[in-house]
Write a protein that binds this ligand. Structure first.
Ligand code: G3I
Length: 376
């Protein structure tokens, strides 16, 4: 066996071949898909009693009744994460004129399917409307933030988990390792705790998380970010700030080599010792090159996920795992290159031309990554 394929990659290859000898992307089209997808979608293996929850980022267009994608979401996910439509910019582009149509659609689908929703994300600089950033810096009035929270949390009272602060760590240009964003500049580093306290007041029964990225690899930046995130959690814990979990985004990148298994395990252990849940929140894989045959590429992606899952599965503190989408064609990673963008835009779509970093390809065919997501 080729050493780069690895154990899981080989097994995973059987999953794909066993399901279909996929000779191209549009292997099946038309109504055949609904039937096929029902057969194809391989339920992720859950631990006895289904202790760990499996979810995925979704958009309203993925949830249209009667479509293969909606059937797949329904079969694969215990919970849903609005990929974009829960962001402040997406619900209140203009001050005082909130619109929740897309978020309502996702919540309605989840309710109908008896699935939970993870709210994503109450605070994220990148998706904070321009008017809000200007107002906070000018008025320095926490009620601007509170009003945003108060418009969402009671409306989606059955959302049982919220990413309260997304991507606040910055070890290169931050203020005491916190990103100098509008919230930090207007309210100081204490805005993280304040946001968690405000969320707890408005959603006393929801689990509250902070969520960050680049903590998975052996490099100085990831190491510094792991340390900074641990220090932040330690401080929040010391001050008695409400915090139920830490989200690790897990945007894996093949170019970065294998995940830092020992450092990551130590990081997870230290979080667990501080009695916070760990959520894998946005798992996907960025390929380093796309020239090899599909089988080889998919096996390398599966192998990277498998190594990551070996660390995850050794942890009792990891309570959930979400992939950042289910099908390659919807992955934000396609935006990273013109070639992958056009692979999604052509007709029929070019599954081989896409970044293949999610469990299903552009035509919802399962890939070896799916079997690598088997959680113990
Ligand atoms: O839906 C509109 C569409 O109607 C319009 O024609 C199009 C024009 O640009 O925009 C579409 O909205 C886009 C949206 O994704 C839905 O596709 C927004 O422009 C675009 O900014 C938005 O990007 C999202 C990004 O976060 C910013 O919110 C990505 O989908 C989403 O994958 C990405 O997810 C983030 C996590 O929230 C945090 N961690 C990193 C991760 C990847 O950046």
């Amino acid at each position: 066996m080729n050493e780069t394929v690895g154990r899981r990659g080989f097994l995973g290859g059987l999953v794909a071949v066993g399901a279909f000898a996929a000779t191209g992307c549009s292997y099946l089209s038309g109504n055949g898909w609904d039937h096929r997808v029902a057969q194809l979608s391989v339920p992720l293996t859950r631990p006895p009693g289904g202790a760990r929850r499996i979810g995925a980022a979704v958009r309203p267009e993925h949830l249209v009744a009667g479509t293969a994608m909606a059937a797949l979401v329904s079969r694969q996910c215990d919970f849903l994460v609005p990929e974009f439509h829960g962001q402040w910019s997406a619900v209140e582009w203009e001050r005082g004129k909130p619109w929740y149509g897309n978020l309502d659609a996702i919540a309605a689908f989840a309710r109908a399917q008896r699935k939970s929703v993870r709210g994503h994300a109450l605070i994220w600089e990148k998706m904070t409307p321009k008017w809000a950033r200007a107002a906070m810096l000018e008025e320095r009035d926490w009620r601007i933030v509170e009003t945003h929270f108060a418009s969402l949390l009671p409306r989606f009272a059955d959302t049982d988990e919220w990413i309260v602060v997304n991507e606040c760590i910055d070890t290169e240009n931050g203020e005491q390792n916190l990103q100098r964003n509008s919230f930090q500049q207007a309210f100081g580093n204490g805005y993280v705790a304040r946001a968690l306290e405000t969320a707890r007041e408005l959603a006393p029964h929801a689990r509250l998380l902070i969520n960050d990225y680049s903590v998975e690899y052996s490099n100085p930046i990831d190491e510094a970010r792991r340390t900074a995130l641990l220090k932040l959690v330690e401080r929040l814990r010391h001050d008695g700030t409400p915090l139920d979990g830490v989200g690790v985004q897990a945007h894996l990148e093949l170019a970065k080599g294998p995940v830092a298994a020992r450092s990551l395990a130590k990081f997870f252990d230290e979080l667990q010792q501080m009695n916070v849940d760990i959520a894998i929140t946005e798992l996907d894989v960025l390929e380093d090159h796309r020239g090899a045959p599909i089988e080889r590429r998919d096996a390398r992606v599966a192998d990277a996920v498998d190594r990551f899952m070996d660390v995850v599965n050794a942890q009792t503190g990891v309570s959930s795992l979400a992939t950042w989408g289910l099908s390659d064609k919807d992955s934000w990673l396609q935006e990273r290159a013109a070639a992958t963008r056009s692979a999604c835009a052509c007709s029929p779509i070019d599954c081989a031309g896409m970044n293949r970093g999610l469990p299903y390809d552009g035509e919802l065919m399962p890939k070896p990554m799916l079997s690598a997501l088997t959680i113990a």
